[in-house]
Design a protein around this ligand. Structure first.
Ligand code: UDP
Ligand code: MG
Length: 329
């Protein structure tokens, strides 16, 4: 078992979009945990919390600034607009890695139970570069969310997208793993499928996901669906292959249909075939439409990839960066 030679400097990364109701509670809870971990020598005394304000329209940024004045271990990073959860996480990682040896990303609403952070760091000390926090059950979810999530992981797995089931974005990564992740050039960010691509030794820690402590979900159904579709189409070309197989199958059926029609014609049953003709037209029409839609999805991906738009743009920062990192290297 590998044990690390140095006590790591931890950066806790929280993406926050309109989280004024919950942020103060989250920050004080995380501060308590951080102090405990420092006292037990699991993390270094200069460990920090970094909040990425993902273009919030409420008081989130003011809260970060206020707390930062009282607590020098808090770093605020404000994005110039709402770039989305995944880009906010990436922004937090690329900023934290300038200072931290390990980072842990977690939601700002305390749904990702911070009490297991200690276990995650112990796993890091055992030699893991990535530690995934995995939900041990989904009983907190609604029936709908539980089943759509299950279906999503099944379809994604079938289509060859490698992911840790029931793991979202609550994870520990060492600076080595983060640097490797940041080398992936893609624009369609879906971290839970990108992180396993990085490799390195990894492990899991199980936890019960709690309820959102305050405020409302920033992931309405529409956003969740497009996230799931993005996740699959960004990582798998299997749908195209599947479509090809379906195409072959349909051509096979059509051949039988043609033979049958010719036979009917030869024996003089000419009015027969109307229904099979209609079925063929509709079936092929439908499949053509699906085919065009799927190809369209991929063309859409190429379209966004070639644009190479920046994933985030930091507007201002507060906290220790101002004093240290800009002047050190
Ligand atoms: N979030 C973000 N940008 C967005 C949407 C969400 O930074 O555009 C953050 C949000 O503040 C929270 C985390 O992502 O810290 C997860 O969002 P939420 O809790 O609303 O999702 P849910 O738990 O309902 O799936
Ligand atoms: Mg949440």
């Amino acid at each position: 078992m590998l044990s690390r030679s140095k006590i790591p400097r931890l950066g806790l990364i929280l993406p926050a979009y309109n989280e004024q109701e919950v942020l103060p509670t989250t920050l004080s809870k995380l501060n308590e945990i951080k102090e405990h971990l420092i006292d037990t020598h699991l993390i270094s005394h200069d460990s920090f919390i970094l909040v990425v304000d993902d273009g919030s329209k409420d008081e989130t940024w003011r809260i970060i600034q206020e707390k930062e004045l009282m607590n020098s271990d808090l770093i605020g990073v404000k994005l110039s607009r709402n770039f989305g959860h995944q880009s906010a996480l990436l922004a937090g990682m690329s900023e934290s890695i300038k200072l931290a040896d390990i980072i842990i990303t977690l939601d700002a609403d305390l749904q990702d139970n911070p009490d297991i952070i200690e276990k995650m760091i112990i796993k890091y000390n055992e030699g893991n570069e990535i530690v995934y926090a995995v939900r041990s059950s989904r009983k907190e979810d609604t029936w709908f969310k539980r089943n759509t999530a299950l279906t999503f992981y099944k379809i994604a797995g079938f289509l060859g997208v490698e992911m840790v089931p029931n793991h979202a974005d609550f994870r520990l990564m060492s600076s080595v793993a983060v640097k490797a992740l940041l080398k992936l050039p893609e624009r369609n960010v879906f971290l839970r499928a990108m992180v396993p691509l990085v490799g390195y030794q990894s492990d899991k820690v199980f936890y019960e996901r709690g309820k959102r402590q305050a405020g409302t979900s920033k992931y309405p159904l529409k956003k969740m669906l497009s996230f799931a579709i993005d996740g699959i189409t960004s990582f798998s070309v299997q749908p195209i292959r599947l479509l090809f197989s379906i195409g072959l199958f349909v051509v096979g059926i059509a051949s039988i249909e043609i033979l049958y029609t010719v036979f009917e014609k030869l024996i003089g049953n000419t009015e027969a075939g109307w229904s099979s003709l209609m079925i063929s037209i509709w079936l092929l029409g439908g499949i053509n439409l699906i085919a065009i839609a799927i190809v369209g999805l991929y063309i859409g991906k190429i379209f966004t990839e070639v644009k190479h738009r920046p994933l985030f743009q930091i507007e201002t920062e507060t906290g220790v960066f101002v004093e240290t990192s800009y002047h050190t290297d």
